[in-house]
Design a protein around this ligand. Structure first.
Ligand code: MN
Length: 704
């Protein structure tokens, strides 16, 4: 078994003899279990798990991952139960195998919904033990490498799934080497002709470029030597799929993409990175604005490096990446690099590992709050293709957010409670709108107030999945509470009218009714009433029908009191804009809750006498809210008109919400004014002040 011996040899460079033997033992177990099975290529099945384990060995993964790789298809394909694996290889290995099996059993349908659900399961598996996903990625990589043996349709399906699901995951976990290979193999399977054309073009240009590449490489190497800086200079090429995407996405010609000369310099330590940067900036002139310090601010997947672009001889652009060997390892193997230098737990690596875990944790949190799978995958997609901005908390902590993120996204990224109670923000110490897109480098401070709620409008501008889900969640919660409370008041009122009190309804009677309505608890019933799905009136009768009515027909009969703080379940009709002091009625419409109209509003005339749809209302005595009304003002045209009106209105302690000027004939202007007032008395005071202005001929309060 030369392949096994080769693997064992490789393992003995970083694992103990006991561990190597355990891996060998798992190989023999798999060989026996898969005995007689062949792959599509005609090879013995066990060559596959062996190859998967070898991929993981290249990343220096631990012995348990390697054993799980050897056994990863045993449960699925040979019917050996998990318990047998536990008995042979212990709990941890069996758990890993079980996790990989579950991922393998997920069927990726063509429908987005099916994919989303699979994604959730994958995220779950990752959270429990990230090694499950690493084994699964290695499994997929070997399957991609041996795709040729399958029929074209299956090949395309697997390739598509790889590009859509596995490549982004590898990228997010910082596993660049696997990521690039996934993309190239997927690309070749999906578009064999295009891949071939780009491949041969790359080969050809490699020949043409060779001379220049060598020249530049030498001059950089000399420069480092002169400065006494140890460093390895190598040329690098873009992978096929990324060239293809650049050509498509940025509509660039092939030659334009290949016109860039790219090099990597690997050095011993961080300090040297910066000194090498200084040296190459001396050698060639740097492109302004193209320097990126991913060492100080690593990418979300943990990637660290210095990037710079220089003008080479004759102005050819030279892209240079400078990093330490460790950073190089991390760039290639990402999260898997964590297992590499196990004995030396440097802060940097632990930090990077923590970031990857953080990402997984975020995924799970999204999943728990997302209403349905599709919503979830939309959120995840945004997070998977990060185009990040980096901003600072007032204490200098760096937060990474997707491009276009607003202060609200930032607030939710800091903490859910901060997001839910945020009312304003300062960007670089200045008050800024909550909807403003943040730019890298900004310092963001969120101002919160207790007992506030997320604003539904935020959903129009937030970009992170986290903010979106939490806002929806909070709004749902808030609407529920408000509906229950309104429902309770409506029901109490209805009971009142029948001479009973809510508190006196017996528990068993309530239970009977809930059961009849298929509801779990009384709050569900109250919510339904508050939302207008059920009529308080009818429910009240049903509750009393079995009680000894004892109904007192002379019971207090009065309207329901509106306090102005009911929130989402209570709306003020736009057609007649009622304010405290107006006579009002409530119109219940299913699902929307109650809409408050003025008693005189034409829109409710047909319902007014229907007690199931209309509820008599009255205003509470001490309302402390503002209400919108619209005024129509006719006045002689004059200069500084709007300033005059605005001044008068603010003198009367009211705010202008909107203003619309309509010039009639050059002499008369008609102005529509939206203002917020506390009540009718307040409004009357404002109208009186406006009437006193010179040139005002007519003021009416608008309806509809
Ligand atoms: Mn497999």
């Amino acid at each position: 078994m030369p392949a096994l011996d080769r693997l064992t040899g490789q393992l003995s460079t970083y694992l103990s003899t006991d561990q190597v033997n355990a891996v060998r033992r798992s190989y023999y177990y798999a060989e026996q279990a898969h005995d007689g099975q062949l792959r599509s290529s005609g090879e013995h099945y066990v060559t596959h798990p062996l190859a998967v384990a070898t991929i993981l060995a290249d990343m220096h993964m631990d012995h348990q991952s390697l054993m799980a790789a050897m056994l990863h298809d045993v449960i699925e394909d040979t019917g050996i139960p998990k318990e047998a694996i536990v008995a042979q290889f212990g709990d941890s290995v069996a758990e890993l195998v079980d996790g990989v099996t579950k991922l393998t059993q997920m069927k990726f349908g063509t429908k987005a919904e099916a994919q989303a659900e699979n994604f959730q399961k994958m995220a779950m598996a990752m959270a429990r033990d990230i090694r499950v996903i690493l084994v699964k990625l290695a499994d997929r990589l070997h399957n991609m490498r041996t795709l040729g043996a399958l029929n074209p349709e299956k090949r395309r399906r697997i390739a598509k799934e790889t590009l859509e699901i596995y490549a982004p995951i590898a990228n997010r976990l910082g596993m660049n080497r696997i990521y690039a290979e996934f993309e190239d193999l997927g690309f070749k399977a999906m578009h064999p002709m295009r891949a071939e054309r780009i491949h041969s073009a790359v080969k050809k240009s490699r020949g043409n470029r060779k001379e220049i590449v060598n020249k530049i490489q030498e001059s950089i190497a000399h420069c480092l030597e002169r400065e006494g800086l140890p460093g390895e200079v190598s040329g690098r090429e873009k992978h096929l799929y990324s060239i293809y995407q650049k050509m498509r996405g940025k509509r660039k010609a092939f030659t334009e993409i290949m016109d860039v000369y790219a090099f990597r310099i690997i050095v011993d330590k961080v300090d040297t990175c910066y000194r090498v940067l200084g040296a190459v900036h001396n050698l060639y002139k740097p492109f302004p604005g193209r320097f990126k310090d991913y060492i100080a601010i690593p990418k979300a997947n943990g990637y660290q490096s210095l990037h710079t672009t220089l003008f080479g001889m004759h102005g050819v652009p030279i892209e240079i990446q400078i990093r330490t060997r460790e950073m190089e390892e991390l760039a290639n193997n990402g999260i898997a690099a964590h297992w590499l230098y196990k004995t030396d737990e440097g802060d940097g690596r632990r930090n990077n590992h923590a970031r990857a875990r953080q990402w997984v944790k975020g995924l799970l949190e999204l999943q728990q709050n997302a209403g349905n799978s599709l919503e979830f995958i939309e959120n995840v997609k945004i997070d998977l293709f990060p185009d990040e901005v980096y901003v600072f908390t007032p204490k200098g902590r760096i937060m990474e957010l997707p491009k276009g993120s607003t202060p609200v996204d930032f607030a939710y990224a800091v903490h859910t409670d901060v997001g839910n109670t945020c009312i304003a923000c300062r960007v670089n110490r200045r008050l800024a709108p909550l909807s403003q897109a943040l730019e890298s480098g900004a310092t963001v401070e969120i101002i919160t107030a207790p007992n506030t709620q997320p604003n539904p409008n935020w959903l129009n501008f937030v970009v992170t999945g986290k903010a979106r889900t939490h806002i929806r969640h909070a709004l749902k919660q808030q609407q529920r509470e408000e509906s229950v409370s309104l429902g309770k008041r409506l029901l109490s009122k209805a009971l009142d009218n029948l001479g009973a009190r809510f508190e006196d309804i017996s528990m068993p009677r309530l239970q009977v009714l809930l059961k009849e309505y298929h509801q779990e608890e009384s709050d569900d019933l109250l919510e339904d009433i508050g939302l207008g799905n059920r009529t308080a009136h009818v429910v009240a009768r049903r509750l009393l029908s079995a009680e000894d009515a004892g109904a007192n027909p002379l019971a207090a009969d009065g309207p329901l009191v509106i306090r102005g703080t009911e929130g989402l379940v209570l709306n003020y009709a736009r057609c007649c804009t009622p304010i405290p002091g107006d006579l009002i009625v409530g119109h219940l419409s299913a699902g929307k809750g109650m809409v408050v109209h003025r008693d005189s509003c034409k829109n409710i005339s047909e319902f007014r006498n229907n007690p199931e749809k209309c509820v008599p209302l009255t205003w509470a005595k001490d309302i402390d809210s503002e209400f919108n009304v619209e005024l129509r003002i006719e006045l002689a045209h004059q200069r500084g008109l709007i300033a005059l009106l605005a001044g008068t209105i603010s003198e009367a302690d009211a705010n202008i919400d909107k203003i619309n000027v309509d010039e009639r004939d050059g002499r008369i202007s008609v102005i529509q004014l939206g203002i917020s007032v506390t009540d009718r008395v307040h409004l009357a005071r404002i109208i009186r002040k406006l009437r006193a202005l010179q040139g005002v001929s007519r003021i009416t309060r608008m309806r509809a």
